[in-house]
Design a protein around this ligand. Sequence first.
Ligand code: AOF
Ligand code: ZN
Length: 364
Amino acid sequence: MVDPSHMRAALALARRGLGNTWPNPSVGCVIVQYGQVVGRGVTQPGGRPHAETQALAMAGEAARGADAYVTLEPCNHTGQTPPCTEALVAAGVARVVIAGNDPDPRVDGAGIARLRAAGIEVVTGVLTAQADEMQAGFLCRVQHGRPLVTLKLATTLDGKIATRSGESQWITGASARAAAHALRGQHDAVLVGVGTVAADNPSLTCRIVGFRSTPVVRVVVDSHLRTRLTARLIATATTDPTWIIHRGGVPADRQEAFSTAGVRMLSVAGGERGVDLAAGLQALGAAGLTRVLVEGGAQIAAGLLRDGLVDRIAWFHAPGIMGGDGWPAAQAFGVTDLSAMPRFTRTSIRAVGDDMLTEFSRAA
Ligand code: AOF
Ligand code: ZN
């Protein structure tokens, strides 16, 4: 009998790896023999080894005749190690229960076909929606060539991020700021515009101890390379990766200075106003990123919304109001008709300390 609670456990394992496995998805695997969990695995930091080999190693001989619950179709290609399908066959697993399909062209049904050809029973479609939601970053990169983009905003009730004098620290309370760090923990990268670097000189690290096993990548969108070499993000680039998306045409010696500081430089085509953001995201996808958290500022938020590039929003609202001379969360981006307004569907709402976190997904 297929028991969805084992798939729920596999999904929970996989969720724990979010942010750490790019360019690969975070996959969870639970091996069950006579109703007992005998093996557990999750994709390791950096994407290898895969979940199944970890779980099979833990199960040992107990995997023979067992059920394997996996959140994603097992791979069927040889990478740095042999395919997971072969490992499952060799271990003598009787049945494989799968939540999500793997659209990676190297897999895409071939994993399921290989298992069936070996006489293993394969059950698909178990908690598929939950798996696809969790693996949305990987799916987005494979299907659209870019990472999933989540816009994080921390504003007053009327959507302001700073007072007229520019004061912004802190609008939301300590609990909301901790929750925002947890969000960083579950993303491959945090992205900001050069204006935010100039205004806040942020470090953009995840400062929850033990939450991540790989450092979060910090990405700056900086068309004309205005970032100062003394900015925190640059000074710490050798320990925590910093990437800059620029428009090219910047003096070679200035680019060189950033590279020497350990910054990865990505040159992309220009749009009407600075970097073409869609091209910038394609460059991040090509570099392997699957989940990007956008943390500001208002210019980047507007550009991404205008170009239809925001997949999810995490909006922290603090119970205060600034009025019309506060700074808006998103700059103007030319919505005249209501029909042109980007719309989202609310997926969750919860209290965080005195603040409120509402999450949204792009409306279908
Ligand atoms: C699995 N289990 O835990 C993961 C899978 O570059 P490679 O060789 O590591 O292969 C990466 C691909 O493997 C990735 O694009 C995705 O299709 C799959 N990821 N598969 O069976 C896992 N992480
Ligand atoms: Zn695999």
